[in-house]
Design a protein around this ligand. Structure first.
Ligand code: NAD
Length: 350
């Protein structure tokens, strides 16, 4: 057995349809008396959340955006200060939660996260802020949400075209956790169960918005995926997605959906045990191919071309993704990554 280090992140997780009704109690428990509610401009859940919080609401910041532009982080921080808010309640996907993390990074206030997609940010101490087209990321315990409230009822409104890629994003956290440099047996179990739950739920989730059980299973899988992402380091897949999202403006979850089968294929021979575990959880003979077939089945993107990547950018993407060394089971080189990107661009079966 390989030696390992396991570090437990501490937060409180509440899961269940209707659990949003516990929000005010949870806010008090976290010591929040004056909450800034954070959301994206669609404000989809703002009324529900402010109703639940009642007198605990100090204000609303509904201008969160993908990759946390620094101007928005400053705007929200000055709102916190002028309202004398003592905590954030972030409701939405990774964008809303990312903004609350940027505030917490500066002034260390508690966050309650109410995730409504499968991105997984709520379970990690990873933050990211974008400035001048460059995203700075890091890990800091101050940004880890104190409490996470998963209410599958809030995901009923996720249309299949958003839920599918978002679920592939969650699967990517699980797959890379299986071959992480600092993998450990606890997170391997968590990731395996995350793949099982998410891959079984996704075809049902995209078929109907009313299947509460499937949406609960998918959100459960997303929780486990977020836990995996928060606990161990990632590798080539996340590096490539970060490069493609940051330098070519491609949509976050969709990039994950396209790249995942190819990143898994890249590591197929170098990480046989991880592939065996992933294939078992997917109930497929081969993990990379199983992931590709799943993306096809749920109508999630399978080619970079289809999500707006210029073919002329593939060389630069391969250069950017290989210029700094990082851990990956198979050594990362320009030629190998260029082939991976070529295959992903055309949506070839891995
Ligand atoms: P998002 O938060 O931007 O949400 C995507 C869209 O879906 C938005 O328009 C949002 O308003 C809408 N939406 C959210 N929930 C909905 C629902 N239930 N019903 C209908 N529409 C809904 O995107 P995302 O994919 O959740 O998050 C992506 C961001 O999160 C990126 O910036 C990424 O870098 C970050 N992220 C960070 C971490 C981390 O650990 N720090 C992890 C994963 C993702």
């Amino acid at each position: 057995m390989q030696p390992f280090v396991y570090e437990q992140l501490t937060h409180r997780v509440i899961f269940g349809a209707g659990s949003l009704a516990r929000l005010a109690d949870e806010a008090r428990r976290a010591g929040i008396q004056r909450a800034l509610v954070v959301s994206t401009p669609d404000r989809r859940f703002v009324d529900q959340v402010t109703r639940q919080l009642g007198s605990l609401v100090a204000g609303v910041y509904a201008n969160a955006a993908m990759h946390v532009p620094i101007e928005r982080a400053h705007e929200a921080l000055s709102q916190v200060q002028s309202l004398k808010a003592d905590g954030c309640v972030a409701v939405g996907g990774g964008s809303a939660i990312g903004l609350a993390k940027a505030i917490a990074l500066d002034i260390g206030l508690p966050i309650i996260a109410v995730p409504t997609t499968y991105a997984g940010s709520e379970m990690t101490s990873i933050y990211g802020v974008s400035e001048g087209g460059v995203k700075r990321t890091g890990r800091d315990h101050r940004v880890l949400p104190r409490t996470v409230l998963y209410d599958p009822a809030l995901t009923a409104s996720l249309p299949g075209r958003v839920a599918g890629p978002s679920g592939m994003n969650a699967l990517a956290h699980c797959v890379e956790a299986l071959y992480a440099q600092d993998a450990n047996p606890v997170i391997t179990l968590v990731a395996q169960e995350g793949i099982r739950a998410m891959s079984h739920a996704l075809p049902l989730v995209v078929r109907s918005q009313d299947d509460v059980e499937a949406r609960s299973q998918a959100l459960y899988g997303a929780w486990l995926a977020g836990m995996s992402l928060g606990a161990v380091g990632m590798a080539i897949h996340h590096k490539l997605c970060h490069t493609l999202g940051g330098s070519f403006g491609l949509p976050h979850a969709e990039v994950h959906s396209v790249i995942l089968p190819h990143a898994a294929a890249f590591n197929r021979d170098a990480a046989p045990e991880a592939m065996r575990v992933a294939a078992l959880a997917l109930e497929e003979p081969d993990a990379p191919r199983g992931l590709f077939e799943l993306a096809l089945r749920i109508g999630a993107p399978t080619s970079l071309k289809a999500i707006g990547m210029p073919e002329s950018g593939l060389d630069r993407a391969a250069t950017l993704a290989t210029q700094n060394p990082y851990y990956n089971p198979r050594p990362v080189d320009y030629a190998g990554v260029r082939v991976l990107l070529e295959n992903a661009y055309h949506g070839r079966r891995p």
